[in-house]
Ligand binder design. Structure first.
Ligand code: SD4
Length: 335
């Protein structure tokens, strides 16, 4: 277990007091920067909060309701993501998601809690609430990830009902796509995409989740970043959390969400950390970044948030201090 030192001059909020026993029980071997955030939690202004990728106010409202009713961040992010999974008008998550090139809707999702526990499903078919199956993997199995038919069978054994996820609208879109079969990432698809959500509850604890149908018309069997812990999502309850959207291959290659959290550990703000992680992608030799989108949102232990993308029109929804708002993210390609 990593060791943390308790800061002497802290004026502790409720949230910091709640986590103090863990910290007090392990005192040595600590870098000062690792502990800054813990000491300055400001429950009055910043916490609790919920943030999510894209304009998903109904989803953040659900997560906020869970937290407001005394629920924890893990329940909040699961239930928040479920709102979009059930929304069959959204063509990038859950029911109604655009299929792969063979016409099959396949879902990827993961979830991570305050203790660093995590669960994921990849290439899951016929089950709307992939995020909840991911949570069951985390809580009911000794594993982190289940794939394909194994994931589906596990879901059914846990009481999930199999159903057809391909809606008429998504089937029609796929049939139109087949006329040309042009395969390229679609930037900012319908301004609403993979949903990634991070929450801090009233105890100051952080959890996150991510759920998607992945890239539209992907190769059969393709899995992106969204269910990969460290790429699509990463949480460290002592530092913060990050979640990604966009072209998963590029996020995986830079282990994006883990990178953002590690940059925050080194002292960067969530905004600075997201910007640095995007720069890593853009500055790679021969990066084709003009033709794809990646966006990150992040939160630190103080409840400060950041968001950044390669292209314009990425956004973050934030529910904090009773305000549920969609905020356009800054981006690197200007002019
Ligand atoms: C993936 N990151 O499967 C997901 C999809 C996504 O914008 O977020 N698209 O690569």
């Amino acid at each position: 277990m990593k060791r943390r030192k308790f800061l002497k001059n802290a004026s502790l909020s409720t949230a910091a007091i709640a986590i103090a026993p863990t910290i007090l029980s392990c005192k040595d071997n600590v870098k000062e920067s690792d502990t800054q955030a813990i000491a300055t939690i400001d429950t009055a202004n910043n916490i609790p909060l919920v943030i999510a990728t894209w304009d998903v106010k109904e989803a953040t409202a659900k997560a906020w309701e869970v937290i407001n009713n005394g629920g924890n961040a893990l329940d909040a992010v699961e239930q928040g993501c479920m709102v979009e999974e059930a929304n069959d008008k959204g063509q990038s998550v859950g029911k109604g998601g655009l299929p792969d090139r063979d016409g099959n809707v396949t879902l990827d999702a993961c979830i991570m809690d305050k203790n660093g526990n995590c669960g994921a499903v990849v290439y899951l078919q016929n089950i709307t609430h992939a995020v909840s199956v991911a949570r069951k993997v985390m809580e009911e199995t000794p594993h982190v990830m289940l794939a394909g038919d194994g994931a589906r069978q596990f879901a059914i054994s846990q009481g999930f009902q199999p159903e057809d996820l391909l809606t008429d609208a998504s089937k029609k879109a796929w049939e139109n796509w087949k006329l040309t079969s042009e395969y390229k990432p679609i930037i900012n698809i319908e301004n609403h995409d993979t949903i990634g959500m991070l929450a801090i509850d009233k105890n100051g604890d952080i959890s996150g989740a991510c759920t998607t149908s992945g890239l539209a018309y992907k190769m059969a069997g393709r899995v992106g970043d969204s269910p990969i812990i460290g790429s699509g999502l990463f949480i460290d309850n002592e530092i913060g959390g990050c979640v990604a959207t966009g072209l998963g291959e590029e996020v995986v290659k830079t282990v994006g969400s883990f990178l953002v959290v590690e940059l925050m550990r080194q002292g960067k703000s969530p905004q600075e950390a997201c910007e640095e992680a995007i720069s890593r992608i853009v500055n790679k030799p021969n990066s084709d970044y003009k033709n794809f989108q990646v966006g990150y949102i992040a939160v630190n232990k103080k409840g400060e948030t950041g968001s950044y993308a390669i292209h314009e029109y990425f956004s973050m929804t934030k529910y904090q201090n009773e305000v549920n708002e969609n905020i356009q993210a800054d981006f690197i390609i200007k002019g």
